[in-house]
Design a protein around this ligand. Structure first.
Ligand SMILES: Nc1ncnc2c1ncn2[C@@H]1O[C@H](COP(=O)(O)OP(=O)(O)OP(=O)(O)O)[C@@H](O)[C@H]1O
Ligand SMILES: [Mg+2]
Length: 288
């Protein structure tokens, strides 16, 4: 069986201020159907870029300058618009970090959910069922509201309902709980993984939260400077990291700190470690 995610040596650039930014620098990742994978790494390491790449959802300014990508066996970079839309619709669920920004401010929640369900039952009872599945109380009222009328936690539940509405084979969740209070965060994380398990979806969970990755993901992939640095069973990688960056990342996890202990804000300094590492932001020539 072919892997559901097969990213091979992909390089992606964004235009930067006078120089281009190498967001992915030969990233390689293979994920089999049914796996739960936590993708961790410091800010700017390329997690979001890699997550967006899976659905070719990258901003227009991004340029894929090398490598290959197959999602569910399909050569995503070569798909025409129609087949790309079909792949997104039939295979992919995407939960963004900022749900409020991802919702259309001009459209009621019910209408947005209806559009996602295009071709599937979308009568009021079906819409209500999808909101029920993410534990939204008073679904009938919520269906009539606009995004600015609901809380961040509620908006994230709506995004989860939309991402799961078509029973995706692959769910990419980009720090979906980062903007939520800690008690809501735990609840929403549990909800996402339970729904994904019920749907039989493969999960790629982009996160800074090592504790929740080790709680919910069987495998962890550590990124730095647009590359995969370490990859293995979550329990092993996070408890016994071998790569210097992973060691530093695990050591900077607030959940592991002793009371009163200062936590480093820069988890890893390649220069100080003497390890050859790519720079997180690499200028690769003049801007476009
Ligand atoms: N739209 C963009 N335009 C220009 N540069 C970008 C853009 N998006 C990302 N980058 C750059 O690409 C690199 C990788 O960014 P990316 O957002 O993928 O990292 P990340 O690991 O998701 O970070 P974070 O943890 O902060 O979300 C960074 O250097 C970032 O500044
Ligand atoms: Mg990100």
């Amino acid at each position: 069986m072919s892997p559901i995610i097969d990213i091979e040596n992909v390089t992606i650039e964004y235009p930067g201020n006078g120089a281009r930014v190498l967001a992915l620098d030969g990233a390689t990742l293979r994920v089999d159907a049914g796996e739960t994978v936590g993708l961790v790494g410091e800010s700017g390491s390329g997690k979001t870029t890699l997550g967006l790449l899976a659905g070719r959802l990258l901003p227009r300014s991004a340029r894929v300058t090398g490598g290959q990508l197959r999602i569910d066996g399909q050569d995503v970079l070569a798909l025409d618009d129609q087949r790309l839309r079909a792949l997104r619709r039939e295979c992919l669920g995407y939960i963004p970090q900022d749900p409020v920004a991802a919702l259309d401010p001009t459209m009621r929640i019910g209408r947005q959910l209806e559009l996602v369900l295009h071709g599937l039952p979308s009568d009021t009872a079906s819409l209500r069922h999808h909101l029920d599945s993410v534990q939204i109380s008073e679904p009938d009222r919520v269906l009539r509201l606009f995004p600015h009328e609901i809380s961040g936690g509620m908006a994230q539940r709506v995004m989860i309902a939309m991402a799961m509405a078509r029973t995706p084979r692959l769910l990419v969740a980009d720090e979906p709980t980062a903007s939520l209070d800690s008690h809501v965060r735990t609840e929403v994380t549990k909800l996402i993984f339970n729904l994904a398990a019920k749907a039989g979806a493969t999960v790629l969970w982009l996160s800074h939260d090592l504790r929740s990755v080790s709680r919910w993901c069987e495998r962890v992939v550590v990124m730095y400077g647009g590359k995969v640095m370490e990859d293995g069973p979550a329990a092993q990688v996070l408890r016994h990291p071998t790569h210097p960056y992973t060691i530093a990342l695990a050591a900077s996890d607030p959940a592991r700190a002793e009371p009163g202990q200062r936590i480093g804000t820069r988890p890893f300094d390649p220069a100080a470690s003497g390890t050859e590492m790519p720079s997180a932001k690499l200028a690769v020539g003049g801007g476009r």
